[in-house]
Design a protein around this ligand. Structure first.
Ligand SMILES: C[S@@+](CC[C@H](N)C(=O)[O-])C[C@H]1O[C@@H](n2cnc3c(N)ncnc32)[C@H](O)[C@@H]1O
Length: 480
């Protein structure tokens, strides 16, 4: 892990600092919080799934996968009754209340699991594997979630499901003090005291990282609101194992996982599972003669931790694919239409390749008419790049902080809850809004920046500072 420095963000998730790009991957407030608030929640996946029971998502710059993991967690939570097995009492209760129960017993689980691979289950040989999966889903009214993940860094993708998310002091409090007592005032007073004491012992970031980022970390002091469902990591390990086979946890990866400083950021049990998976060859299990025997071991291994989860049912919700090269090349290979595009590239001043008019034009072509593109960037330049591509552009509003925290774009005006105001559109038409160009999607970052610099110097547009002064003067005049 020489090129990256992991650190704990304040919600207990892990952030990375890239020495190469001299940029952070995640905000200090919380990598996970950011994924939920800037990408998953504003993309309104529940509305999409209600409409069509299927969602296609493009996660540009997957990194260590928080955006994908948050989305998968969201879908799992929404399909809880189909995924979590019910005990006898719950089933009885549901029957009494006439609640539609889904058959979750072990046999059907095993059948579902094997049907993923077993072609003979279906009579019609003409049906493709994907269609069969769709039929299975239709039967159970399961949604289909297709996520295409783009990133240039294979190492990070391999490591992504192995990172741990530690518990915040507030979460530990819930363990020691059951929430049934939360009707008493002392519950919260005691919580404050507990959190303050435990925070002293919570993991601290190395001094170097705080200096690098020039940020003061509070280290896990804040409450964690968002989570990654642990099953998600197992699903991703299976998927990455399918891709890499015996090359998944290879010599290089083992070295990173063993490094003294980085070791504490990874989950031992997830590493163990990845190795188990690699040893037995997960993707081949159901195809060989020993399949039943190996599947039994497989379930035994998983069930220790997640006894109440129909893991295969959860896994069958997702088709996760990885495109591991420059996103400019990957995008040209993709011939799909997406409901949501998450654009989480490094900041445009450091990595201009994924912010050019031409790259965004490729995204425009691949976004459905009622789809949405989301990014954390609030800059006039990026907003103008989207406007030049004929998108309707708006802001992502955070109800909690009452702040705008990113940008949303769509071909459908009705998808924009908070459109740019006149002032913001005006700012896009100043020099600050001059976009990057990357003809043929093959320029180096230096060339892209030089090209913009040249345009900037020769442009007749008003500078942003002049524009701001002019607007303040006008608003003062209006007041008079
Ligand atoms: C800000 S981080 C993304 C964080 C990520 N969404 C997460 O949840 O961890 C930016 C990512 O962009 C990737 N990247 C940089 N240049 C790229 C390119 N040209 N094509 C694809 N990925 C790129 C880096 O490897 C890095 O993982």
């Amino acid at each position: 892990m020489r090129d990256y420095e992991p650190y704990y963000t304040e919600d207990g998730s892990i952030g990375l600092y890239s020495y190469g790009d001299k940029d952070v991957f995640h905000s200090k407030f919380g990598a996970l919080t950011e994924a939920w608030e800037k990408f998953v929640i504003p993309s309104k996946p529940d509305e999409i799934l209600k409409r069509q029971n299927k969602i296609n998502v493009l996660d540009i710059c997957y990194g260590i996968g928080y955006n994908t993991k948050a989305l998968m967690t969201f879908v799992i939570e929404k399909n809880k009754n189909k995924i979590y097995k019910k005990n006898i009492l719950q089933k009885l209760f549901d029957k009494l209340l006439n609640i539609d129960t889904i058959d979750n017993d072990n046999n059907s689980t095993k059948e579902k699991c094997l049907s993923r691979y077993n072609d003979t289950i279906y009579d019609d040989k003409k049906i493709s594997k994907q269609n069969k999966k769709d039929i299975n889903h239709d039967k159970n009214n399961f949604p289909i979630v297709n996520i295409d993940c783009l990133d240039i860094n294979e190492e990070l993708v391999k490591l992504s499901p192995l990172f741990k998310t530690i518990k915040t002091p507030a979460e530990y409090y819930c363990y020691v003090m059951p929430s049934v007592f939360d009707c008493f005032k002392w519950y919260y007073k005691l919580q404050d005291i507990f959190v303050n004491i435990v925070s002293v012992f919570s993991p601290k970031n190395k001094k170097r990282i705080t200096e690098l980022l020039e940020l003061k970390f509070k280290n896990m002091h804040i409450d964690k609101e968002y989570k990654v469902n642990p099953i998600v990591n197992y699903i991703l390990i299976n998927r990455i194992s399918e891709i890499y086979g015996r090359d998944y946890v290879n010599k290089d990866l083992k070295k990173i996982l063993r490094e003294r400083w980085t070791k504490r950021f990874f989950s031992k049990s997830l590493i163990k599972y990845a190795k188990f998976n690699q040893f037995w060859g997960y993707n081949k299990l159901s195809q060989n003669i020993l399949s039943t025997f190996l599947h039994n071991i497989y379930y035994l291994y998983l069930s220790k931790r997640y006894k109440n989860v129909d893991f295969k049912a959860a896994e069958s919700l997702f088709n996760v694919s990885f495109y591991l090269k420059d996103a400019r090349k990957s995008i040209l290979q993709i011939n799909k239409q997406y409901d949501c595009i998450f654009l989480d590239a490094f900041t445009y001043t450091k990595a201009p390749q994924l912010w050019s008019v031409e790259f965004i034009a490729e995204l425009y072509k691949r976004l459905k008419d009622d789809g949405v593109l989301l990014t954390y960037s609030n800059s006039a330049q990026i907003r103008n790049t989207l406007l030049e591509n004929k998108f309707y552009v708006g802001k992502i509003y955070n109800e909690k902080t009452k702040k705008f925290i990113g940008t949303i774009a769509s071909k459908d005006k009705t998808k924009i809850d908070f459109p740019l105001n006149n002032y913001e559109v005006g700012l896009c038409n100043t020099k600050a809004g001059i976009p990057y160009h990357d003809p043929n999607l093959a320029f180096s970052s230096k060339d892209i920046m030089d090209l913009r610099e040249y345009e900037f110097r020769h442009s007749g547009l008003m500078s942003s500072s002049k524009y701001m002064k002019y607007r303040t003067m006008r608003s003062q005049d209006d007041e008079i």
